[in-house]
Design a binder for this molecule. Structure first.
Ligand code: SF4
Length: 339
């Protein structure tokens, strides 16, 4: 709940208004996980709120050689999600999941292979930040909604969690420090633009023609590039913010001359930025990452065409960073254990 919602609830229970701010700040600023820590609240109030508090538990943590850390988080109903901590000098970026599993079925994604289980609540999304901060021993500076699940397919809870995490009485993480990554749900992108929140919108492109994109990402059949790119351009125009497009270079699939030419056509002449990423190889999926040399050459050629581009090294590969892999392994293990 946001402070206003907490206030309404507590006032209905006969509590003074100011208690809402205290409770919100205990949960979302101080990171309390027990009413006993909320020392300025009366016993009566602690008894009221205690049954409503739900926390996740860190089931496993894997640290990568590059310093990134992946947490496997379990909820009360047994569901598992992954949260990734990415430290970079003074920055601490947390990569958040928004769903248990995902229904989008992208062909290169471990989560996509396991199907959709359920939505995460706004509280469960925000709770991942608390657990990650506790593990890292410092506060998050940046958030990316890029973990398991499609954030815009859990639209209300994702936006609600962002408002909680952005709130000045809580973590106060700036909207400009928050990135929402989507596979391209056009109506939600348009709606998000209307909210004018100053969030960074990152769209997974991965192909510049409809035939290839539909092969890699089934959502393209519903929202083809002729609808997706205008929605992105509209987002940039309304918010005044450049849209980020993600393109994982896949060996022999989307890294040819024709792909390059189609990409230039799509991206020229509007405020966007292309992130070229090395694909994370996933067990059981045949797509292979293009070499880092190929990524650099591709980037140089795009840059020569006046396309804003950066090459992003993928962190955490040695701990199965591609989202869904760690959970997939754990669930297979548990399944075998039960069988
Ligand atoms: S890449 Fe994202 S949207 Fe696509 S299946 Fe994986 S989690 Fe879902």
């Amino acid at each position: 709940m946001l402070p206003g919602e907490l206030e309404k609830w507590l006032v209905e229970l006969g509590e003074p208004k100011y208690r809402a701010q205290q409770v919100f700040s205990w949960l979302h600023k101080q990171g309390a996980d027990d009413v006993a820590q909320m020392t300025n609240l009366p016993q009566r109030l602690k008894k009221i709120i205690a049954p409503h508090l739900q926390f996740g538990t860190v089931e496993a943590a894997h640290t990568s050689k590059d310093g990134s850390e992946k947490l496997l988080i379990r909820w009360a109903d047994g569901a598992l999600v992954e949260t990734v901590i990415l430290p970079q000098n003074k920055r601490l970026t947390i990569c958040l999941s928004t769903q248990v599993g995902c229904a989008m079925g992208c062909g290169f994604c471990a989560t996509g292979q396991s199907g959709f289980t359920r939505q995460l609540s706004a509280g469960e999304i925000a709770e991942q930040v608390r657990l990650a901060e506790r593990k890292a021993g410092r506060s998050a500076t940046n958030l990316v909604f890029m973990g398991m699940g499609e954030p815009l397919a859990n639209y209300e809870n994702t936006i609600h969690s962002i408002r909680i995490l952005n709130h000045p009485q809580g973590r106060n993480i700036g909207m400009r420090q928050i990135t929402i990554s989507t596979c391209g749900l056009v109506p939600q992108i348009r709606h998000l633009g209307q909210l004018r929140l100053q969030l960074v919108l990152a769209v997974s492109l991965h192909a510049a023609t409809d035939s290839l994109r539909s092969r890699l990402m089934p959502i393209n059949d519903k929202y083809p590039l002729t609808e997706l790119i205008p929605a992105c351009r509209e987002y940039a125009a309304i918010t005044g913010r450049r849209v980020t497009l993600e393109y994982a270079l896949i060996e022999g699939v989307n890294d040819g001359k024709g792909d390059f030419a189609a990409l230039v056509q799509l991206l020229r002449g509007w405020p966007c930025h292309l992130n070229l990423i090395q694909l994370n190889p996933v067990e059981g999926i045949s797509y292979r990452p293009a070499s880092i040399q190929k990524l650099r050459t591709f980037a140089q050629q795009l840059s020569a065409q006046n396309i804003a581009v950066s090459v992003r090294a993928s962190m955490g590969r040695d701990v199965a960073a591609a989202c869904g892999q760690l959970r997939g392994r754990r669930e297979r293990h548990e399944h075998h254990g039960k069988a």
